[in-house]
Design a protein around this ligand. Structure first.
Ligand code: F6P
Length: 546
């Protein structure tokens, strides 16, 4: 088994593990400029990470040795980078409007992509113009977006980030969970005659989404004098038009997506119809445009000046060299409240793997657990643990430099808090300064020592700050593409195929017989273990079926 990083880099990590971040600053006055990378108003500041410019340069050399240049070119050239499923990964092609042919399996995929985009834009325009009407003739005023995982998180984040303070027009509700409460709560305030359903499912077979789709269709029919809404107010965004047809949807209600677009990347596909319909085609186009600009940067910038690459290098360094098993993302932007959940799926479903694309064990650790929460809220929740807990966990601060409207003074307070937290994590607070602050209390001996100990923040806790110029549609598109490419580059450095997700299939298969037992009293197969049997019995008794 090959180690994830070459021995000299692992050696450097062992040495740096004992060097305070403050001393890294002290010994290199140019540290900030040497560890900062900018692009179109974005800035990645790695200076508070536990690495040096030399380490970053050595990581870039390692990335070249791992063939990252070749893998980047293969991604954009439509080659089969998803080895296990023998597919390219076409999400960058969805936002590329150069028209340069992209041949996959002997055919140019661009015309199909352009046609799908036109159909999305046309439906969005008609909906916003009040031209889409339901079964009873009512104009549609609300969308119910049904999807889960990538078919939910991307569009939900974008709409949440870019909607203005009054929400969107038409309105929109997202439902992912099969828990009946999720759909029931979403539809309670809605008029079924004026609501259209978007079934967002690449496979058009995901249990949760299809169960919610059937329930939502029944709700609309019940509220529309029994008229079946499928011909008028249900839309499918899917790579399986055959299944959507079999579900009873007419051809013009099916917006296709290419099978080589992964679920985690589907917001750029026809799944983005909800974005276009609720925010408008101009905003949707600006989002794609920003992502395309980041694609060009990722494809062409030298590794040392390439935002996704330097973030990937730091990510692999933290996980595989320094051994951090968690990664915390804290957007200081209410608009990015959903970013940690979105990145959790992007990173963990992509790189939460233990074998390489060739099926051999990966050397060392791969993607760390990813979680987080919006700032400043997180400061009153998990930041205590970050500052004084027993674990050291790298944090990523995502900060919008300029406010998108709103009170500039409170935006300044927001930014100040982000920078102060990163500063406190890196440099802490020494005992002498605490003692000075406590002087008026006239403590001595054990009481003074105790008072100092509980207040001391050791510092030396690494972080990255990612500054975004402002949170408009273009910058958001670029930000999401930045994270996609970072994720891809990390996968390449670990030797992983980030585009499959076989690990999620087993649970889906095992759920079917359990559901049959819970709903219809079917006997569980002999292969079901004793613990699961006992739990099923308990639920049957609780629901008066046992
Ligand atoms: O959780 C597995 C997964 O396949 C994700 O990759 C995907 O985003 C989600 O389920 C939804 O899949 P679909 O779009 O096919 O309904």
């Amino acid at each position: 088994m090959m180690p994830a990083l070459p021995e000299p880099l692992l050696d450097a990590a062992r040495r740096l593990a004992h060097e305070p971040i403050a001393s890294l600053f002290a010994r290199d006055p140019d540290r900030v400029s040497r560890l900062s990378v900018g692009w179109e108003g974005f800035l990645v500041d790695l200076s508070k990470e536990r690495l040096t410019p030399d380490v970053l340069a050595a990581l870039a050399v390692h990335a070249r040795g791992a063939g990252l240049d070749r893998w980047i070119a293969s991604l954009f050239d439509g080659e089969r980078v998803n080895l296990s499923e023998s597919l390219p990964a076409l999400h960058p092609a969805l936002r590329d409007d150069t028209g340069v042919p992209l041949v996959v399996d002997g055919a140019d995929v661009r015309p199909g992509i352009a046609q799908s985009r036109e159909r999305v834009a046309d439906w969005a325009r008609r909906l916003r113009a009040g031209e889409v009407r339901g079964a009873t003739g009512s104009p549609i005023r609300h969308l119910l977006h049904l999807g889960i995982g990538g078919s939910d998180l991307g569009p939900r984040l974008v709409v949440d980030a870019l909607a203005d303070a009054r929400g969107t027009r038409p309105g929109v509700s997202f439902v992912a969970n099969v828990d009946p409460r999720a759909l029931d709560r979403a539809i309670a305030p809605l008029d079924p005659a004026a609501t259209a359903i978007v079934i967002a499912s690449k496979s058009f077979a995901t249990g949760e989404t299809m169960a919610n789709a059937r329930a939502a269709i029944a709700w609309i029919a019940a509220g529309s004098n029994g008229r079946d809404p499928r011909a008028t107010q249900v839309l499918a965004a899917t790579a399986r038009p055959d299944r959507a047809r079999a579900f009873g949807l007419p051809e013009d209600a099916i917006l296709p997506m290419h099978p080589a677009v992964g679920g985690r990347f589907s917001l750029w596909s026809s799944v983005g119809v909800t974005i276009a319909a609720t925010l408008g085609n101009d905003t949707h186009a600006a989002l794609l445009d920003g992502a395309a600009a980041m694609d060009r940067h990722f494809r062409t910038a030298p590794f040392e000046r390439n935002l996704p690459v330097v973030l990937a290098l730091a990510g692999v360094w933290n996980a595989s060299a320094l051994g951090h098993r968690q990664r915390i993302v804290v957007p200081y932007a209410d608009a990015l409240t959903l970013l940690p959940a979105y990145l959790q799926q992007l990173s963990l479903e992509s790189n939460g793997k233990r074998v390489t694309r060739e099926g051999a064990p990966v050397g060392g650790r791969t993607a760390p657990a990813l979680w987080g929460g919006v700032g400043t809220d997180g400061q009153h929740a998990f930041f205590q643990w970050l500052h004084q807990g027993t674990d050291t966990v790298p944090v990523e601060f995502v900060v919008s430099a300029a406010p998108n409207g709103g009170d500039p003074a409170r935006h300044a307070a927001l930014v100040a808090n982000a920078f102060a937290q990163a500063q406190a994590l890196a440099f802490g607070r020494d005992e002498a300064s605490i003692a000075r602050d406590l002087a008026a209390e006239q403590l001595a001996g054990a009481a003074l020592a105790r008072a100092i100990a509980v207040r001391a923040c050791p510092g030396d806790r690494p972080s990255t700050t990612l500054l975004v110029p402002r949170l408009d549609a273009r910058a958001l598109g670029a930000l999401l593409a930045l994270y996609e490419h970072r994720n891809y580059a990390e996968g390449v450095l670990w030797g992983i195929n980030p585009f499959d997700q076989f690990g999620v299939e087993l649970g889906k298969q095992l759920a079917a017989p359990i559901e049959a037992a819970l709903v219809g009293g079917a006997a569980l197969p002999d292969t079901v273990d004793a613990s699961t049997r006992a739990l099923v019995d308990c639920v049957l008794r609780a629901t008066d079926k046992g």
